[in-house]
Structures are given as C-alpha cells and as structure tokens.
Write a protein that binds this ligand. Structure first.
Ligand code: PLP
Length: 376
C-alpha cells in the first residue's frame, strides 16, 4: 500500500508535535481546575494566562481581548448572537451568502427572533467588494460579518476596507478568520475589526478549542451561561491543555509563517503547472487572492464525489467542498453564491495543501487525478 497523502488541510491539520508536548503536563500531572483558589490550580491558571498573552501577541491584540471558546463554530455563534441582545431597535445585520454555516445558521437563528439579516452576493471570483457592501449598508445597520477567507474556494477578502466602510456607517464589524489565522499575517488593531473568530485545529493546534477576539469596549452578551470563567463572558471549566496547545501551535505557525507561505505557494504552483502539462481541462475558482495551498478546481462534466472516492482508493484525501458539510451532496452554497455553472460545480474538488505536504505528494495527486478523470 502506498503512503497516504493528506491534502485536506482546510478541513483540519495535523497537531504540531511541540503543541502536543506543551499540552501533556496539563492532561497528566497539572490537571487542577484553574478556577480553584489553592496552589494546585496555580500552574494551570498561569498556563492559561501565558497562552492568552502569547495568542494576543500573535494577532496584535491585548490579552484581555482574547476569549477562549470551544472552536470556530462557537466563536461565530457568539459574535452574531451575543451582539444582537444589545441591538434593541432591531437594526440589520449584514453578512455574505457564502459564509461558513456557523455564521449562516446563527444569522437564521437571529432572523427567527425578529432581527433582520441581509446577505451579500459575492462576485463570480468570490469577492465581497466595498461596492457590494456600500449598496446594502445604511445607518440602520448594526453589525457586518464577512469572512476573512472562504473555506471552499480560498478567496481572501478585503477585510480592512470592508471594516472601514462598516465603521463609517456606525456598524460593528466581525470577521470569521478561521481559515486565515496561522496562515496569513493578522493584526487586529491594524485591521480595526471589532471581533475575530479563530479555531486551533486549522493551524496545527488541537480540536475543540478556539478563541474570539473582542475589541476592548465592545459589549458582547455571554453566549454560555454558568461560572465566572473568561471574565464572566464564557462559562465552563477551562480546557487548559487545549488552550496551551492552541497557543503553542499559533506561536510556531506565526514564527514560520513566511517560510510556510512561500513553501505552500510553491507546491500550489507545481500542482497547477502539472495539471497544465497534463492538458487536463479545469477551471480554478476563487480569484487571484487565495489562501496558500487552497486549490478549488472544477472539471467540466466530471463528478466531484466520484473523484473524491477514487482518489481515496489511491490513498489520497481531498474534499469536494466544505468538510463540515460532507454529507450534503447538493451543489454547495458557496459554488451557488459564485454562480458557477452546474457542469463545473458538480465536478468541483478542493485540494488544500499544507506545510507537511511534499512535491512528491503533489506529483502523486496530479497523476492520480489524471488517471481518475480519464477513467471517466
Ligand atoms: N468557519 C470557517 C470558515 C471554517 O472553515 C470552519 C471549519 O471548517 C468553521 C468556521 C468552524 O470551525 P470549528 O471546526 O472549529 O468549529
């Protein structure tokens, strides 16, 4: 059996070994509950504070602006639902039609409670431009939430400009940066965003832990009620090992960010060159500003599901779209939002390369793709 090739890094990433080592003490000896007053809680408490400081410094925030959550889904739910409670005049929320379901379903939930939501349609390349937002935003807009980078087609959106426009109209701005944190440079103060969601397992951290950056002064209603953890903003005994692992993984990815970016971009170019050399007919989705390594390809007339399963038989893991929706075999909402023609949409796959992939992986993926596509 050939070596397995994992090329679905937008779905999740392998845990960084240093992060794993950093977590171990908090799962074994230092298992104390960080909220307790006795000395056995001292080290876990310190570890949480160190992690908060480290994460804050990686994204240009202050430590008090970082709130730990159970991952990207919770951070997104909290950002949308936690702001609404302060929006007593029921002013509108604006988001995009191709957000992750963590945002879309949260927006549907607030709509059911009578808060209006408007959905922006991206361009065919996958951009939400300031012109698109300008056509919709008014002084009645309360919150704008637009993702930093799309998880299916990879487009990186002009967040700073969109945020500036939201603020000029008196609205708050949130970004779901789950796909971007740890892969693109992020400075929340330079971006001036009010809230930003992140998830550890997308940047070689552990699963089930993430954070929401909340700019100082922004009022957010607690999403989970209970104890006084996270400055009374997010109840629940802290996932100390997860938080420590997340901080270690983000630190490592931040230190090696440029190097990883260039390396993964090289793999991405190799993949495209190989496909061109093999004269495989395809369309690449997502415009020119895409996440490093995320390659969304549409093969006209092909069946994306069949490609995925045949590559899997060859030991290669890729995706047809968003991993969180793999049971849904309909054309994804993202491909619908960019109005991709059905013959292309049905034949779409997402290859997401990461820092652990090699040129041999890329060559093997391309030759397997060629075989699979020719097998019809
Ligand atoms: N937002 C985006 C853009 C994502 O890609 C994902 C996961 O795929 C999420 C949110 C959900 O994150 P988590 O898996 O940590 O709940």
């Amino acid at each position: 059996m050939n070596k397995k090739i994992y090329a679905d890094n937008a779905a999740t990433t392998k845990l960084d070994l240093g992060a794993f080592e950093a977590m171990k003490p908090y799962m074994l000896d230092e298992f104390g509950n960080a909220s307790q007053p006795y000395s056995f809680a001292r080290q876990p408490k310190k570890a949480i504070q160190d992690a908060r400081e480290s994460i804050a410094s990686c994204i240009g925030a202050s430590p008090e602006e970082v709130f730990f959550t159970s991952g990207g889904t919770e951070s997104d739910n909290w950002a949308i639902k936690g702001t609404v409670i302060y929006n007593q005049q029921k002013r509108a929320t604006i988001t995009s039609a191709f957000e992750h379901h963590a945002i879309l379903r949260s927006c549907e939930s607030i709509e059911r409670q009578g808060y209006p939501v408007a959905y922006l349609w991206p361009t065919e390349e996958g951009y939400i431009t300031t012109d698109i937002l300008r056509n919709c935003i008014t002084d009645k807009t309360y919150l704008v939430s637009v993702m930093f980078a799309n998880n299916e087609i990879g487009t990186v959106l002009p967040i700073k400009d969109l945020c500036e426009l939201a603020h000029a109209n008196g609205a708050l701005f949130h970004t779901d940066a789950v796909q971007a944190v740890g892969h693109l440079p992020i400075d929340v103060h330079a971006l001036e965003v009010d809230m930003l969601s992140a998830s550890a397992h997308k940047f070689n951290g552990p699963k089930g832990v993430g954070f929401l950056y909340i700019k100082k002064g922004i009022e957010l209603f607690p999403f989970i009620d209970g104890g006084a953890q996270e400055s009374k903003h997010r109840a629940g005994t802290e996932n100390v090992a997860g938080i420590v692992g997340m901080a270690a993984a983000l630190r490592e990815n931040t230190i090696t960010l440029q190097e990883n970016f260039q390396y993964v971009k090289k793999l991405e170019s190799l993949l495209i060159d190989q496909l061109d050399d093999m004269r495989i007919e395809y369309k690449r989705n997502g415009g020119k500003d895409v996440l490093p390594g995320l390659v969304s390809l549409s093969f006209p007339g092909a069946d994306g599901e069949a490609i995925l399963h045949r590559l899997d038989l060859n030991g290669i893991c890729i995706s047809t779209g968003s991993a969180c929706d793999s049971k849904n075999t309909e054309i994804s909402h993202v491909l619908q939002a960019i109005r991709l023609d059905e013959t292309y949409a049905k034949g779409t796959v997402r290859i997401s390369l990461g820092k652990l992939n090699t040129t041999d992986d890329v060559i093997a993926i391309c030759s397997a793709l060629k075989r699979v596509l020719h097998a019809g």
